[in-house]
Design a protein around this ligand. Sequence first.
Ligand code: ZN
Length: 285
Amino acid sequence: MSGPIPEQVIAEVRERNDIVSVVSEYVQLRKAGKNWKGLCPFHSEKTPSFNVNQEEQFYYCFGCGVGGNVINFVMAIENLPFPEALERLAERAGMTLIRKPLSPREVRQRSQRDRLLQLHYAAQKFFSHNLMGNAGASARNYLSRRGIQMETAQRFGLGFALPEWTTLLAYLEQQGFSPADCLAAGLVLEGRNERYYDRFRGRLMFPVCNGRGQPIAFGGRVLDASQPKYLNSPETLIFSKGNNLYRLDLARTAFRERGSAIVVEGYMDVIGLYEAGIDNAVASL
Ligand code: ZN
C-alpha cells in the first residue's frame, strides 16, 4: 500500500513531460509566435483559440477559459483524477512513482473502496445474468418496445433486479460479501431486527460507472406503473452524484472525435440516442 506522492516527484513528472508534446497527442498544434495554437478540445470551435505556452508550460483557451499545466490537461482530457493522470504521465516519461506509505486510516479506506468496487462488479454480473435468463423476459420485452437491441443493452451493461426480496443479498453473500458490505454499497436496506433486503426489486438496472468503466452505483427503472419510476443508489464511499455523468466512460472518445457533448436527462435518453447512432451523449445524475 502506498500513499501520496512527494511534491518534488510531481515537479519532475511535469518537467519530463513537455506540454506541447503531450497536447500534440490530442490536438493539432501550430506555432504562432512564441505560442502554439490549435482547436480547443474542450469546446467546439472553428478558429483556434486554444494556446499552449511552451516556455511557461501551461495551456489556456480564450474561447472557454480552461487552462492549467500538463497534469491538469491530462486530467481534463482523459477525465482522470489527479493520481491517475500523474501515473500516466510518469509512465509516459519512463518514471516509476515512489509514494509515501499510507496511514492506517487510508489503508482501511482504500481496501473498503476496493471491496465496494468488487461488490458492484459482482452485482452487475448478477443483474445482467438475470436479464438474459427466463426471469428477465419482461425486462427484455420492455427494451424491445423501446427499440433497444440486446447488443446495446450489453454494451451499457444493463441488467434486471428480480422482483424478490433477498436474491441479490443471497448472491452477494455467496460471493463472500457480508450484509454490512452490501449496506455500505447501498444495495441493501436494513429492516427490523437486523434483517436486510434488496434495495432494487423488479427493476431494469443501469450501472453507473467511473472513468475506468467500473460500476460504482446503479439506477433502476420499474417496468410497470409503480413508483418511484427511477430509483438510484445512495451516495457511498465510491459514488457521489455531483462527480459522475452517466456513461462518460463510454462517450469520452466520441467527445474527442466530435468536439462536442450532449447532456441529456436520463439513462434511457443516452441509450436511445446511442441506438440512433449518436454516441456522444451523457446524462447528469
Ligand atoms: Zn476552449
